[in-house]
Design a protein around this ligand. Sequence first.
Ligand code: MN
Length: 714
Amino acid sequence: MAQFEELGRKVSAYRPADELGLLRKAYEFSAREHRAQTRLSGEPYLSHPLEVANILADMKMDGVCLAAGMLHDVVEDTPATIDEVRREFGREVARIVEGATKISRIEFFNPEDKQAENLRKMVLAMVDDIRVVLVKLADRLHNMRTLEYLPAEKRVRIARETLEIYAPIAHRLGMGKMRGELEDLAFRYLEPEAFEEVKQAVESRRKVSEEFLADVCKRVKKKMEEHAIPARIEGRIKRLYSIWQKLKRQQISIEQVYDLLAVRIITDSVKNCYAALGVVHNTWRPVPGRIKDFIAIPRPNLYQSLHTSVIGPQGQPFEVQIRTEEMHRLAEEGIAAHWKYKDGRALSPRDEERFAWLRHLVEWQREMRDPGEFLSTLKIDLYPEEVYAFTPRGKVIVLPRDATPIDFAYAIHTEVGHHCVGVKVNGRIVPLKSKLHNGDIVEILTQPGHHPSRDWLAAVKTSRARNKIKHWVNVAERTQAVDIGKKLLEKEARKYDLSLKSAPQDLALRIAADYGCRTLDDLEAGIGYGKISARQALAKLFPAAQIDAYGPRPETPAGRPEQGTSSAAIKVHGHDDLMVYLAKCCHPIRGEDIVGYITRGKGIAVHSRSCPNVQNLLYDAERRIDVQWAGTKQSLYPVKLTLATADRPGLLAEVTSAISDVHSNIQNIEARTGDDRASIDVTLDIVDLQHLNQIVSSLRRIDGVYQVRRVMHP
Ligand code: MN
């Protein structure tokens, strides 16, 4: 009980008006339910929920949140039920406990699909009430602080989860202190050797560093006083995990880390922040290129400060961070910072903005059927490395690294994205898919009536742009497919002198259902996409007309060009009346692994599975179709090979004779030489994959042939 009294005093200090009744009741309930349990540290289990509540109290959270923290494990680990919690503590507490319980049942590191699904669940639980995630973060922080008692492999799993999921979420919610502690604790268990190394390096400098910081703080304080800038000065040594990240990323030594030591100037107003920056730059020489104004341009998690690096008294570089008290509190506590002053779920506009990210994620996850895609969206948003670009009027658009002008256009407005035809970056026209850099001034050129293109999907970096493009393309393609399906069905009906209007509506719907379609539109779309044969559908619709759904066509339909001889060589499962052709980019050959892609109006394009285009095309699973090589019909397929060879006399002759030995024709051959290397491009007639493999291996056997590669055009 003494422990509870201590917690109670802490709470009363920041919420003097609060009744402690609910919290006391939660403490007693938790104590009773967990009474028989101990932690691996040997302590009674109760110490854990009590510590979690304490961490939440340090974050100055409200009574409901603290009670939920106290109860967060009872549903998961004791016979108590969520209904009981609801009865005893009310709906709000129960909702938070339920959310936290759901999250603790998630196993994050499963196969990728599962992981995405789990993150999705976690995000959903968070959105219910942001306090769910605050309780989870407090829970995780205490577990990380006591991780040493767990078996080794469990330690690593939890530490990894912390580093890859919880710390980034804390970061995204602006909770700098939480993120920092989680990262350093995880680092210790994940990379014990690196951790020790960095720690040693910092420790061996600690005394010098601290003296240096104390001295600089004193000087800064004096300077601020001279200029009548009210300020509180703090010195800090960079966190171990951040140091290590920097050492690793920039391949430098610890002496070269400019911001290893930092001084914080915390003042009262934005005006004084800039004034303080001026004073600092007048006192010490700033390092060029290291001045960052996060006050004018906050980071995506709304972090604000001025950063600069200067060369100190003995030539030692250090960083200076300047911010107001308010900015400081937000940088340390993020979304938790406002709960002190407010009850319930009403959020300030600033927190609203932070929270909007979560809500968007939930909207997107509804639109995204593919869990892998959700995961990549989340990763983009959780690990931002941002680029700041500007509109011609000077508005800042923050984008992830490698973002394109297309992302920029969509960030401005969906319509600007949809209609963008070109872009000027810093006054010059550049390709829409080029990468943006910090400080670029971007002017999007639009044209009414212009539309997004599917291949933008491969270039964009923001989930916003990707979702908007995908949505547009899907809607447009479906409209088109329905249209084409309607026409195909009508055309087929005319051949048999049937009128579609005479088919009973309910029968039509039943037939649609046969194909797994909910509406007639769906059925027509299926026909339009080429997944359903128009003639088979017609035969079902008019059973009396005796349409031979699988037999030869009564006539070749007009206006459908035959695509050469290749179509007879390929079988599309369940369909006989579809046009098939071999894609020009990869020219698949008999025997090769192939995949069909339903094109608009041209039938089915057959690609080699290894064709670089396939990756892009397969974005749309709806348009993918299984195809196989049919029969044994012999046709010849052109294949282009590139050989990297030594430059020696007689080699070309050996190559051509090796080719004729395996009975292939050379359509074209070209050789180029340079230094002591040569390259030979040759186009051959190939019967099938086996034939190709035979040729490739006999070419490889030739002395001086280093590499044989098949050429595919992207
Ligand atoms: Mn727990």
